[in-house]
Design a protein around this ligand. Structure first.
Ligand code: GCB
Length: 615
């Protein structure tokens, strides 16, 4: 797993050949492809761009809603001069489960649609020749997949997804696919932990820093680590697989004032370089203390969003152009943070957050762990009665789902642990924390992350409105309290909005009583708003109403100094499953799906540009 988690880079010893482009594509509703030899070529393919979700490129409903097995096949030329090293195909993600074949031979399997994996292909390839690469994917949801849902069968035998979550179940090869060449003896992992000497004159920007590092390689040769500043000047150097790099007067990474050092790692045999890898790393500390979140010892106020990787036609396919626009919109509005709701985002997103100084709450794809309420298809009670009372009461959740969750967290932390922007982990979104059965499960996964994240970042989960203070049974595991609350929309909407303010304040005071040392932030609140609908006086769904809702929330946030952040739902309108609750998707965006501001975005811009990133 560790090599898969290193973002691919071309260096003195490593090569990358992109496999993006047009692949052959075919649905396999009867799961017959494997036995019929589809791994060697598809009988009746259409072409499909990679990366992209397949759903929205089609014009017919069967294809868009397709649920089951489906295949991608391409031809791959493997350079002969690479046979002396390791040749791997890296899938930045494959949603949700994948089996990879090269020339008909199975080379890898992976479950989980939002994290990378590699297929080692040396033994299956024809060198200096064309090879057939086939991927069989499956996008069915269950109680053992993350995210969680069900797969229903219609009377004609067609399957359909019934997500327990409020975003479209986009799937396919949605991120980059690349062929990697690395030396056989190679760097497999790099870990960094930062310490800073903050004396009495510390201004938050420069400090002597010490970076404890650990390199994992697949061999026994010596390792050197060299640190270069943004001008390419060497500022530290060390030898050995473990050690400490001392950087005098280091330029620290800060919110909206990023600074990145290049850490170059080499495996050396005398003067010869056996392998070389580098990463761009910001030096910063992050901790929770006395009701505050501190970055480099300074108190931050988080302004930002819950987001989605979602855009027109591409679906969840990674699109650098749309992504760039999202960052520009976030900068324009005065944001300094976001949550990767509700799954780990493409690595390119995190590198951009590193460069732009965004505080990222990195969320696992653990959404839908709340029986029925989050099943937007079955929201009116269609979830079957045989299911137990709460999600965590189900035995298979405590065994199988827990194992899937643990593996996913291991992969996520391994991939994202070096990013300066990743300042906190969200281990679940809106789980059912009302039952005792959730407690041991939560303790298990929170202990796991505490153990594997060497930087010991704060950990939390997004709390659902149906488990308020006093009802929620798991908050003891969270380092800070993170609330999704919808006063002004799902409750106390419209004319009743004033009651929302009173009810929310009452709940907040209870939280503070329960957890007097923990800061509280809001990770969701908002109102569905149709861009272009104006009403005087306001009514729900109008742009005027969305502004009123945000004003109400601002009043709440400004009432307590232990509230450390506001992240409304959502940066943009986004696609969901069709249903009575959604008009062609969720419309809680401050921006439309084509990334243009609604009225409330101007209100928030005025507010946020007046609130400093550090208090
Ligand atoms: C939530 C969920 C989010 C939904 C949102 C909504 O609490 O976390 O995924 O999209 O509510 O708009 O209902």
């Amino acid at each position: 797993m560790s090599f898969a988690s290193l973002y691919p880079r071309v260096t003195a010893t490593r090569r990358i050949q992109s496999m993006n482009g047009s692949w052959d594509f075919q649905f396999d509703p009867d799961s017959r492809g494997a036995e019929e030899g589809w791994a060697n070529g598809l009988p009746n393919p259409t072409d499909m761009p990679v990366p992209a979700s397949f759903a929205d490129v089609f014009t017919d409903k069967y294809s868009r809603e397709y649920t089951g097995d489906f295949w991608y096949v391409t031809e791959l030329f493997v350079p002969g001069e690479w046979r002396d090293g390791s040749v791997d195909i890296r899938f930045d993600s494959a949603t949700h489960a994948a089996t990879v074949f090269v020339n008909g031979t199975e080379v890898a399997r992976h479950e989980g649609g939002f994290l990378p994996f590699v297929a080692h292909i040396n033994d299956a390839v024809r060198w200096n020749d064309y090879n057939t690469v086939a991927v069989r994917l499956n996008n069915e949801l269950s109680w053992q997949t993350l995210p969680v849902g069900e797969t229903h069968t219609l009377p004609d035998g067609t399957r359909m997804s019934a997500p327990y979550f409020d975003f479209y179940n986009y799937s396919g090869l949605q991120r980059n696919v690349s062929l990697l060449y690395t030396p056989n003896e190679r760097i497999e992992d790099l870990d960094v932990v930062h310490r800073i000497d903050a004396g009495p004159d510390f201004n938050g920007v420069f400090a002597d820093a010490h970076v404890d590092y650990r390199v994992v390689t697949s061999g026994n040769h010596d390792v050197e680590v060299v640190v270069l500043d943004e001008c390419g000047i060497e500022v530290a150097r060390a030898n050995g697989k473990e050690g400490t790099l001392d950087i005098a007067n280091a330029h620290l990474w800060n919110l909206r004032a990023a600074y990145l050092y290049r850490f170059v790692v080499r495996i050396k045999d005398g003067d010869d370089v056996i392998d070389e890898y580098f990463d761009e790393i910001g030096i910063r500390t992050v901790e929770v203390r006395d009701c505050r979140i501190l970055v480099n010892g300074r108190e931050v106020y988080l302004k930002g969003f819950g987001r989605h990787e979602d855009s027109n036609i591409h679906g969840r396919g990674f699109d650098p152009v749309v992504n760039k626009r999202d960052y520009e919109d976030m900068k324009w509005i005065g944001a300094n943070s976001f949550r990767t709701s509700h799954y780990p985002y493409a690595e390119e997103q995190l590198y951009e957050a590193d460069r732009d100084g965004f505080f990222v709450i990195d969320e696992a794809p653990t959404v839908g762990m709340f029986k029925s309420t989050m099943n937007f298809l079955g929201a009116s009670g269609a979830v079957s009665d045989e299911k137990p009372k709460t999600f965590f009461d189900e035995e298979s959740v405590q065994t199988e789902t827990l194992a899937v969750h643990r593996r996913t967290l291991e992969e996520m932390v391994a991939r994202d642990k070096r990013h300066a922007s990743v300042c906190a982990w969200s281990l679940l979104n809106e789980p059912d924390t009302t039952s005792e059965a959730a407690v041991a499960y939560f303790e298990n996964i929170f202990d796991l992350v505490a153990e594997i994240d060497t930087q010991k970042r704060p950990k939390t989960y997004a709390s659902i409105m149906m488990a308020p203070a006093g009802v929620d049974k798991t908050h003891h595991v969270a380092d800070f309290i993170m609330l999704n609350r919808y006063h002004g929309w799902y409750v106390n909407g419209g004319y009743a909005i004033a009651k929302g303010l009173i009810d929310m304040k009452a709940e907040l005071e209870k939280w503070h009583e329960l957890e007097p040392d923990k800061p509280v932030m809001f990770s969701e609140y908002g109102a569905d708003t149709m861009a272009g609908v104006h009403k005087l006086p306001s009514v729900m769904w109008s742009e005027e109403y969305q502004v009123e809702v945000f004003k109400m929330w601002s009043e709440i946030f400004d009432s307590y100094d232990w509230i450390v952040g506001e992240q409304p739902w959502n940066l943009n309108d986004f696609q969901t499953t069709e249903g009575i609750m959604r008009v062609d998707g969720n419309k809680k965006g401050l921006f439309t799906r084509d990334r243009q501001p609604k009225m409330a975005a101007f209100y928030l811009r005025d507010r946020w540009t007046a609130i400093p990133d550090y208090k």
